[in-house]
Write a protein that binds this ligand. Sequence first.
Ligand code: EAX
Length: 348
Amino acid sequence: MIRRLTALAAAFIIMTWAVTAAASGAAGAAEKAADKADCPACPKNTYRLAVVTKPGAAQTVLAEKFASLVSQASGGRTLIYVYHSGAKGDESQILELLRKGDLHLAVLTAGVFDSLAPETRVVEYPFLFHSHAQADKVLQGAPGQEVLASLRETGLKGMAFGENGFRHLTNNLRPVRQAADLKGLRVRVMESALQRELWQRLGAVSVPHPWPIEDLLSGGGADGQENPLWVIWLYRFDKLQKYLTLTGHVYSAHICAANLAWYEGLPPAEREMLERAMIEAAAYQRELNRRNESQGLSRLKEAGMRVVEHPDLASFKQKTKGLAESPLFAQPKLKELLELFRRELAKP
Ligand code: EAX
């Protein structure tokens, strides 16, 4: 009973803090709240985790599930402090803080690791996965483990893959039915060399910009953007963009990562508990995402978005098929990893 109460109290603290961090919107205030002196009720093992997204978004859902699993598993002795809604900056800034050890943990879109750990490029290679089952087969299997392990060289421990989802294009200029319709369209992309190159090859003008992007879109800094349906709905891009094309061009994953030096300094039992909780939270989130996907589409249609459900994807693939031979994949280890992914996909 006491254990349960402690866990409940811890869950309450997580929620309160998360709200405080969001409401203040200021990293300084959130920082202060996490300080031991300001929070005498906080256990000794209080670990800081950041996501860029707001409550209800997939990254945040994963983070909160992880926090609650850790609270349960530790009987309230370990507390995960979740910074969300940009309280720790954009995703590149979060990644930097994680590497420096100012943050212990983070759930980040794979794209943001592009320059730091080019192995992660393989995960968001266009038109590689065609279904969630395929993504799971590769990312939850040995090839995915290899990508996570490659993060060690950058001072990070890759713990699990969560899911953003299949990305689709929205824009404000015209219905996009084939690659030729993209000509000159300014598409906001993640800060990733691969995503930049992908849209350039498709004929669009890539506009790299960190999340969030509402201001960019409403200010006319880009004509379009691409994201999973739940993102388009949750951030109400239907109010900013007229057209949606179901391109599913990239399967976007989240990488759940920890600062390696900190992680390795933990007692083995604590490490194991954290890793188990992260894997379970990621599985929970992937499942939830998938259940919500079709709902996302019908809501966007009801909201008045004009949807091209069956674009000419062959024309997209035609333009992007040389990517594997581009300088982005020149490193032998990247070529091997892409081959490994393809071999795994080809297995019955
Ligand atoms: O999940 O930057 C992006 O487009 C990401 O998909 C964002 O984190 C929303």
